[in-house]
Design a protein around this ligand. Structure first.
Ligand code: NDP
Length: 343
């Protein structure tokens, strides 16, 4: 059986979802309460592949909220993740994806050192970050959405914001070897890591965000921001394709900007309806079919019985592994989301 460990994007959303799920006692609780709330199994899932194979899974809500990081509630944040992992293992899940910030918290705070949670010894082979499939899907979104806007990759500059991250570096590797993209701009804060990536790729310009944006035909957003940032949309090229793979979303824009197109990044659509309710609660447009690519990775590992931590550690995602997970993604009926909207 597969598992998904997820979290909501902010306290307000957590309160709304608690109300919708019938946990009315939780709906008025503040961040302090969520810091002490235990993990919960909140959904039972049945997924059928286009091959006809059917699998079962569980969704575990970790009760982590990105505000815990912003408010320096680090201990609470780390406890949420390891407790959710222990819960997943206890209920017998064979392979579980660490969605959104779960894997970032796990890696950034070296939680692999905390293997023992009460009477459970965590078996890390049962967990995957899902980042290989996420990176693959974002790359396919770049390749398939750009031509729809008349952007030719062979003439385009792609800026990757969060380029040195786990997903960002994988996206850069793929674009570098699998496409004929004209130029890449690498954006992040740590200069030394940017230079190391530039050396590995053998190309790419290192720039700050504001400097990079006016040069980009395509912007891939995969920075681990606890909340969206505002940018100067007027500074972007027209047309500009922005693919926002962050969770929570990196971009914060409620206004319309003609010529700037936004695609929800790292989202897949399954070919068949899925019997679950959780994607409705995180506001997917087609909740019976759409989901985060990291969650789909644990489904794919279950379909293929690849019970291993397929995506693990940091910045080790190879193009070969992206291709391998991409092949089984197609085989089981998942497609990259391609509904582009003018922002
Ligand atoms: P990482 O922590 O590995 O990488 C984050 C990257 O963002 C680093 O390059 C970091 O570099 C950069 N960054 C952080 N803050 C800033 C900033 N203020 N300005 C510019 N760059 C910044 O994260 P992941 O690659 O694991 O995840 C990236 C995003 O993808 C997250 O939002 C995550 O929630 C989301 N995600 C989406 C999934 C999906 O299925 N759609 C699945 C998994 C994750 P530096 O610190 O040097 O700035």
């Amino acid at each position: 059986m597969f598992g998904l460990i997820g979290h909501l994007t902010n306290l307000e959303q957590a309160q709304t979802v608690a109300r919708d799920l019938g946990y009315s006692g939780l709906a008025d609780q503040d961040l302090e309460f969520w810091c002490s709330a235990p993990p919960q199994t909140v959904d039972n899932i049945t997924v059928t592949s286009v091959t006809g194979q059917t699998i079962e899974g569980r969704y575990v809500e970790s009760c982590f909220l990105p505000e815990m990081l912003a408010n320096r509630r680090i201990k609470a944040a780390t406890r949420k993740i390891v407790n959710a992992m222990a819960h997943a293992q206890k209920i017998g899940l064979d392979i579980t994806a660490l969605g959104g910030f779960s894997s970032i918290v796990f890696e950034n705070f070296n939680l692999n050192q905390i293997q023992r949670i009460r009477n459970i010894t965590l078996d890390f082979k049962r967990f995957t970050t899902g980042n290989t499939h996420t990176a693959y899907i974002i790359c396919r979104q770049v390749e398939q959405a750009a031509p729809k806007l008349g952007i030719e990759l062979s003439k385009a500059t792609v800026a990757v914001v969060g380029a040195t991250g786990d997903i960002g570096s994988a996206v850069c590797r793929w674009l570098n070897t699998k496409t004929d993209v004209a130029d890449m701009i690498l954006v992040a804060r740590d200069r030394a890591r940017l230079q190391a990536l530039q050396e590995e790729l053998g190309r790419g310009k290192v720039m700050g965000l504001e400097e990079a944006l006016p040069h980009a035909d395509i912007v891939v957003w995969v920075a681990s921001l606890p909340k969206g940032i505002e940018i100067d949309f007027d500074s972007l090229k027209k047309p500009c394709l922005t693919i926002d793979g962050g969770y929570p979303k990196n971009l914060d824009s409620k206004l319309k900007h003609p010529g700037v197109y936004v695609l929800k990044g790292g989202i897949v659509e399954h070919s068949l309806d899925i019997d679950w309710r959780i994607m409705k609660l995180v506001n997917m447009d087609v909740p019976t079919r759409q989901m985060f690519a990291c969650f789909a990775e644990s489904m794919l590992l279950e379909f293929e019985k690849w019970y291993t931590n397929f995506s693990w550690g940091r910045n080790q995602i190879s193009v070969e592994k992206m291709q391998a997970i991409g092949d089984v993604s197609i085989k089981h009926g998942f497609k990259p989301l391609l509904s582009i909207v003018e922002s």
